[in-house]
Design a protein around this ligand. Structure first.
Ligand code: GDP
Ligand code: MG
Length: 217
């Protein structure tokens, strides 16, 4: 996937860059959420992700330009063997299930565990119940999702990558939380660290290409 976006805002300067990962069972709609967020599009037959795909977009949050860069998993979710490298350096995580398939919800704890063991301990996690447009096929209630999120002290939203319901909101809600944490903790904004990059340009692009080469077979 390209990091193009119709508003052409991706090349603009940004104050912070947050890197997100999206995990969850196959076919819950991870790639579609990414596409809807970056390109405002939905594909009925989105091809299975191969390798790691990237998408990005810059949002204005609390008067700061925040570049959201998203790493999408690569079909390894079937084998449940996502490499540690994928989690490394992620600021935020989307843990996604499908409200029409119970087993995808039952696997959420396993995905949370994966995030907890492999990612930074400060990672901001949001639980996403996707395919909200398929209300008539729903088998996981809003309350079940909400209670699980509460139990793990993480954010929660139901979304539809098809209708775009809550997709932008999910990224905004999560990025706001991350930004709040940064502003509260008084992290020196001029100091680069692995999780939060401060940059005036697209200097991360080489890094992305490099990672992409390594990730994709
Ligand atoms: P991934 O394996 O988690 O990346 O899932 P995909 O993004 O490839 O989506 C899997 C299938 O679910 C595709 O056929 C999508 O068109 C469909 N899909 C994804 N999100 C939604 C949604 O919000 N609503 C509906 N109705 N279908 C969706
Ligand atoms: Mg995918």
């Amino acid at each position: 996937m390209s990091s193009s976006n119709p508003l052409g805002e991706d090349k603009s300067k940004y104050d912070y860059m947050f890197r997100y990962i999206i995990v969850g069972d196959s076919n819950v709609g991870k790639s579609c959420l990414l596409l809807q967020f970056t390109d405002n599009k939905f594909r009925q037959n989105h091809e299975a992700t191969i390798g790691v795909e990237f998408g990005g977009k810059t949002l204005e949050i609390k008067n700061k330009n925040v570049k959201i860069q998203i790493w999408d998993t690569a079909g390894q979710e079937v084998y449940q063997a996502i490499t540690r490298g994928y989690y490394k350096g992620a600021t935020g995580a989307f843990v996604v299930y499908d409200i029409t398939r119970k087993e995808t919800f039952e696997h959420v704890e396993k995905w949370l565990e994966d995030v907890r063991t492999n990612a930074s301990k400060d990672i901001q996690v949001i639980l996403i119940g996707n395919k909200k447009d398929l209300e008539s096929e729903r088998v996981v209630s809003f309350d079940d999702g909400s209670s699980l999120a509460e139990k793990h002290n993480i954010l929660f939203l139901e979304t539809s990558a098809k209708t775009a319901f809550n997709v932008q909101e999910a990224f905004i809600k999560s990025a706001e939380k991350i930004l709040e944490g940064i502003l509260k903790s008084g992290v020196d904004p001029n100091k680069n660290n692995q999780n939060v990059k401060i940059s005036s340009g697209d200097d991360d692009d080489d890094e992305i290409k490099e990672k992409k080469k390594k990730c994709c077979l």
